[in-house]
Write a new protein. Structure first.
Lengths: 342, 253
């Protein structure tokens, strides 16, 4: 008997999840006043977790013992043979059960309710909001335009600073350039670092920078710049990895130095896709800068959150119109430019 | 026989994946000759050529170029070697997005400093030479066209002009006509022959077609499984030699 394998590990957690669904769901439905805090505090939940995992492990071994085809064996032991049709299709029953259970659990968890959706008070509130938004107060238009210009500039500066650094870093992040063993270590550490930076949402960076440099456009710009640097480096590196080796070899064979080979063999192949990605990044940054403004990154987002806080829906309507127009114009023109320089 | 320009001794090459492409090849190349190299795909023809200008680094042996061992070269010496031993490729290896003229000027990179090349400031005589060589290969009207807009045959002629810019002693041609229309093969081969005869550049050319070998080369060698199996005049390749080089099942096309 095997104690541990990929299949057993997978089945253990799969079963554990299934048992926890079976345990908790009836409680949501049948307990009169189900108080999550009672059941889900510290020690209780920890011991429950271990109980379910242990149960899951026992059952996964049991399934192996009676040779059932579980999801784990479907994934990790694709060539195993099973005797009966029931054993062969057991995994389907498990899968349907888990999808159904997860569906029910997610409806409960998100407190989805059709009643709330058609509630009269709620609808009238929404109507008030919509009537405000659809009757924009264009008195604040000059102010909104100034704010969105600020947003566009935030996005532009973030892209402008990030692009050249990303350009230089992209060669260090390309597998086909960094072939030497020492260079490969450099490649790996750069990739890891950038992945970490990229996986932190710009919204979080904006919060960090608004503490660091104070609330305002500068914090927003720094947040976007950092995120753009990481994203652009990754995209640029992928372009470098996709170039054809022929021209590079052709240049190398003329006796050109390494730097000249990069300059004349690689750069001409990547420069247009680079420009295209940079314009696209600016376009994305304008949209992101709007969201970042909501947490104090300056620009139109900050203005939006101020009016929203005061429930001035007509003014919000004006801001929404300005954002929509600018995003649409940038989106269309950047798509057009990117198509033209292909 | 004239002076030898290359003296290759017991050349062995094993790739990192364990494939042994050359198993001790010895060969002399003489100044000004047109040497054809034949053999099946995978027999080590490309590896041999690419070892001479150090695009490959052979594992063992000696390649003596004008008296110095190429395999001991490092850094700047390799660059100088490559500028003297020019190469054209089956896939032309031009930079498609650049103009024909820029591609030809690439041949002058090894004598242009990095900063000058960064700003495209090639010497005036180099630009004049580039036009002259483009004229030689009959493409002076295409100087400002993007290289990827040319046909295969034209691209190979640009590649030849690029090698001429290097002012080389030796031209390595790695299957120069293999990806061209057979009808165009003779044009390219004629240019190579012209370079060989008029400019005195030694040509080492990998070829597939035996009739091209017979009409263009002064001397022929054949590789089979990384070893030299034939050396001599192309006229000597009769039916028996053909079977020896290409195997029993091969048939002439």
């Amino acid at each position: 008997m095997k104690l541990i394998s990929k299949r057993i590990l997978f089945d253990t957690f799969f079963n554990a999840y299934l048992f926890s669904l079976i345990y908790f769901l009836p409680m949501y439905f049948f307990a009169e006043s189900f108080d999550k805090s009672v059941y889900l505090v510290g020690k209780t939940i920890t011991s429950l977790f271990f109980i379910f995992v242990a149960l899951g492990y026992v059952f996964s071994q049991l399934f192996i013992f009676v040779s059932l085809k579980t999801l784990g064996s479907l994934l990790f032991e694709p060539y195993a043979q099973y005797t009966s049709k029931f054993k062969k299709t057991f995994w389907r029953k498990c899968l349907s059960l888990i999808i159904l259970g997860t569906l029910v659990a997610s409806v409960v968890m998100t407190q989805a309710s059709f009643i709330d959706l058609v509630d009269r008070d709620g609808i009238s509130g929404a109507m008030r909001l919509f009537s405000g938004i659809f009757n924009p107060n264009f008195d604040i238009l000059p102010k909104a335009i100034l704010a969105i210009i600020e947003t566009i500039y935030i996005a532009f500066l973030a892209t402008f600073i990030a692009a050249p650094f990303a350009f230089l870093l992209s060669f260090l992040g390309a597998k086909n350039v960094m072939t030497h063993p020492t260079a490969f270590v450099c490649y790996l550490s750069l990739r890891t670092f950038l992945n970490i930076v990229r996986s932190v949402e710009p919204l979080i960076w904006a919060i960090i920078f608004s503490v660091w440099v104070g609330i305002g456009p500068f914090a927003g710009m720094m947040a976007l710049m950092l995120h753009s640097l990481a994203s652009l480096t990754k995209q640029y590196s992928e372009i470098v990895e996709c170039i054809s080796d022929g021209p590079v070899e052709g240049i190398r064979a003329t006796g050109a130095s390494t730097l000249q080979t990069v300059l004349f063999g690689i750069v001409p192949q990547i420069v247009l896709p680079y420009i295209s990605f940079t314009i696209y990044r600016w376009d994305i940054n304008v949209r992101m800068a709007t969201v970042i403004g909501l947490v104090g990154g300056g620009g139109i987002g900050t203005m939006l959150i101020q009016y929203q806080g005061q429930a001035l829906w007509q003014e919000v309507g004006c801001i929404v119109v300005v954002i929509a127009v600018v995003v649409w114009v940038l989106d269309t023109s950047s798509a057009y430019i990117r198509e033209a320089i292909k | 026989m004239s002076k030898e320009i290359l003296d290759i001794q017991n050349l062995e090459m094993t790739f990192p994946n364990g494939v042994q492409a050359l198993k001790g090849v010895s060969l002399k190349v003489y100044e000004g000759e047109f040497l054809a190299i034949i053999g099946l795909s995978g027999s080590g023809k490309s590896t041999l050529l690419r070892s001479i200008n150090r695009l490959n680094t052979p594992t063992r042996g000696v390649i003596s170029y004008k008296g110095s061992d190429v395999l001991k070269f490092k850094g700047r010496e390799i660059s100088t070697l490559r500028s003297n031993v020019a190469m054209i490729f089956q896939k032309f290896n031009l930079v498609g997005r650049n103009t024909v003229l820029t591609n030809v000027l690439m041949g002058a990179l090894s004598r242009t400093s990095f900063f000058k090349s960064l700003f495209g400031a090639f010497a005036k005589e180099d630009v004049e030479k580039a036009y002259e060589y483009l004229k030689l290969v009959g493409l002076e009207s295409k100087a400002k066209t993007r290289a990827d807009q040319l046909s295969g045959g034209q691209q190979q002629r640009v590649a030849i002009a690029r090698t001429l810019m290097q002012n080389p002693d030796i031209l390595l041609a790695d299957e120069p006509v293999a990806s061209l229309d057979p009808a165009l093969s003779h044009t390219i081969m004629d240019y190579l022959k012209q370079i060989n005869k008029e400019l005195g550049i030694t040509v080492l050319c990998n070829l597939h077609h035996l009739d091209l070998v017979k009409s263009y080369s002064d001397r022929t060698i054949a590789l089979k499984d990384g070893t030299l199996v034939f050396e001599g005049s192309p006229e000597k390749i009769n039916e028996d030699w053909f079977k020896e080089i290409y195997g029993e099942e091969a048939r002439k096309v």
